[in-house]
Each structure stands twice: as C-alpha cells, then as structure tokens.
Design a protein around this ligand. Structure first.
Ligand code: PLP
Length: 379
C-alpha cells in the first residue's frame, strides 16, 4: 500500500474545508436523493432490512437492476446468474479485477483515468497499460490502442461517459474496442456510472450490447450518481455466469454484502419513471452550459464535456509552474477546490497544465463558484 499516494481528490476536499472553499474537487452532489427514495430507505430500516442480505444482493434489487438494464441499456441479465450487488461501483471494479486477473497479467486503461483503476489492477497483481486520450478532444487513437494489447493482456477497463474528460465513447470507438477484445480474448470491464448524463441529444451505449461483447463484458454501475446517493454504497456488476461466480466470491470476502436497507430503497430508485431521468439530464446540461461559459469567461481553455458532471481545463495561459501550484492558488486565493490534472496521469508532467472541476452542485453553490472564478482574472 505504501506505493499508493493518498487520494488527491479526498486530500483536496480536506484542503477545501480548511480554506472555506467551494468544493468542486470531489464528485458528489450537494443535494439529496429523490424524496420517495429516501422514504423507502427509512421504511426499509423500520421494517427489516437491517441484517445481511444474500451476499450477492437482495433478490428484489437484482430483479430491478435486470429490468432497468434491459429497458435502458438493452442488456439481458438473469438476476440469478449474471448479477452481483456490491458496495458501490468502486467495490464492483475491485472485485472484478480480483476475479479476472492473475499476477503478471496486463490491464488496458485509458488515460487520463479515474484514479482507482490503476490501483485496482495493481492490487490484483496486474500491470496497467495506459492508452492516451489526447487533449482537447480525447479522441481514441486506434493505433495506440492496438499497440497496448500484448499476449499478457487479460482485461480492459472502459469508463463511458468518462471521468475526468467528459468523453462519451462513440459507436465506432466501442466497435474497435470490441474487435480488439475479441481478437485478443480479453474481458472488458466497463464503468457506466454516468450513463444518464449524456448531453446534446447523445445516447449512452453499453459495450455489452456491441456485437458478441455480452459474453466478455462486466458492466458496472450503481446508485451513487444517478440518484445522488454517493454515501449509500450500493453498486452492481453484470457479468457472464462464470465471471459473476468468481466476482461473487471476491465480493463475499471483501464486504459480505452492500447495506441491505439501502439495497431495498434502490428498488424504488430503479423504478422511477422516465421523467426522472429526463429532468436529471435537463438540469445537468443546463449546469454544464452555464459553468463551461463561466470557465471560458475566466480565461480557462476547455471544451463542453459530452457527458458526466466533470470538466477538464487547460490553464496554460496563466503563469503557474504546474497543476498543483494552480490548484493551490485557486483554493487559497479564489476559494475554489479542484483536482490537479497530474492525478489523472501516470506521469505527473502530462497533466501539469490541467485541473478538473465538478459541476454537480445546486444553483446557489454554482453562483458562488462562478462569482469566485472572477477573482482569477483579478489575480
Ligand atoms: C468513474 C467513476 N466510477 C466510480 C465512481 C465511484 O462510484 P461508487 O460511489 O458507486 O463507488 C466514481 C466516483 O467519482 C467515478 O467517477
């Protein structure tokens, strides 16, 4: 564990508190889950749901997940054979890596990356092989991806819509990934936790539905982002039966089960009507438009993210040595906490002109942050 640094994101959250800064570092909403979902959690605590659930998930929740995976993603999941409920997508990814890879294997990871993927692979004994998505469009370079596959490649981790870039992988990109996984007998592990935040009329596409990928894909998701419940720690993985069995064992040893009462409340969350998702999307897209405009007005270079609630900016126009210096200036002088770009790259130097902002905040919080961004221009 000593080779892993402290999570920079959680560190920035601490520094934000110290400076009474608006925390635009860590990706959690500052508003509550829908009222009926909270009420369901309270009912579940009052009427049972306080002891262990079946290790791999309460049957009602697995059924609700299977229904939604079919209707929204077009994925066929048998609640008995394909599903594992975990403590968040975070545990789902770790359990998937423990289930799939052996020491000496390699795992393809896109860069910039969500900061858990490398450690997930390394803890499982594997070596991450990074494939760069270059600034500013984050377009996938087919040759770079092909070159990352070796005889040791066992798995590929895909996150679409993507944190930190906001990239939504296109159908052609997913097809290329699918072809390479099939050619090299590689399992894809996809983190689709931002699936309901795809802007500008785009549509989320699950890799498991591309060609024959269902037989070699683990699809990970959770309640955290779609229902503003990051503290509940309820996620899941959908996998072919043999992989699901291995994943269940890893999950059993790691955590036994996800919080039972909150799994039961998850049934209500997953049964919300389409209007809930339409409103979620409308609200986040409006936040994105407003916040990206404010970043540009403050002199920061960025592209509107195609999905998620993150935006990466390039601050080269400002005279700072590196991303840490800029992030510290932002928190100390402007009162805004961000995440230094270097935390999303293997080599710190590659992210030295970038920082990441989140915009999953209520309007008054965004108003405050936008006001504070003005201080950047004033020095
Ligand atoms: C890409 C990605 N995956 C997973 C997570 C964490 O998900 P969970 O709360 O379900 O563990 C995050 C949180 O920021 C994330 O950005």
């Amino acid at each position: 564990m000593q080779r892993f640094p402290e999570s920079v994101i959680r560190e920035m959250t601490r520094v934000a508190a110290l400076h009474h800064a608006v925390n635009l570092a860590q990706g959690f909403p500052d508003f509550e889950p829908p009222a009926e979902v909270r009420a369901a959690a309270q009912r579940a605590i009052d009427r049972g749901g306080n002891q262990y659930s079946i290790t791999w998930g309460a049957p009602e929740l697995r059924e609700a997940i299977a229904r939604k995976a079919k209707s929204f993603n077009g994925i066929d999941a048998d609640p008995e054979k394909n599903l594992v409920v975990t403590c968040g997508a975070t545990e789902g990814m770790m359990a998937a890596m423990l289930a799939l890879v052996d020491p000496g294997d390699e795992v393809v990871v896109f860069e910039p990356f969500y900061e858990n993927y490398g450690p997930d692979a390394i803890v499982s004994g594997a070596t991450p092989r990074h494939v760069r998505l270059p600034w500013p469009d984050w377009r996938l370079d087919a040759e770079a991806l092909k070159a990352a596959f070796t005889p040791r490649t066992k798995a590929l981790i895909l996150n679409t819509p993507n944190n930190p870039t906001g990239k939504v992988f296109s159908r052609d990109e997913l097809r290329l990934i699918a072809d390479l996984c099939a050619d090299h007998d590689v399992v894809a592990v996809t983190d689709e936790i931002y699936e309901h935040m795809v802007y500008d009329g785009g549509r989320h596409l699950s890799l498991a539905t591309v060609g024959d990928m269902a037989e070699r894909t683990v699809t990970i998701n959770g309640l955290s982002k779609t229902y503003a419940a990051t503290g509940w720690r309820v996620g899941w993985a959908i996998a072919p039966p043999a992989i699901a069995t291995a994943l269940r064992r890893a999950h059993d040893f790691l955590t036994v089960c996800a919080p039972h009462a909150l799994q039961l409340a998850g049934v209500v969350a997953l049964s919300l009507p389409p209007a809930y998702y339409a409103e979620l999307l409308r609200t986040y897209q409006a936040k994105r438009d407003r916040f990206v405009a404010a970043l540009k007005a403050a002199g920061l270079d960025c592209r509107p993210p195609g999905g998620t609630y993150y935006v990466m900016v390039d601050f080269s126009r400002f005279p700072f040595d590196d991303d840490r210096a800029f992030a510290m200036h932002l928190v100390e002088r402007c009162g805004i906490a961000t995440v230094p770009g270097s935390s999303f790259y293997e080599r710190a130097a590659d992210g030295r002109h970038q920082v990441r902002f989140v915009f999953c905040k209520q309007e008054p919080t965004l108003d405050d942050a936008i006001g504070r961004l003005g201080r950047l221009r004033d020095g």
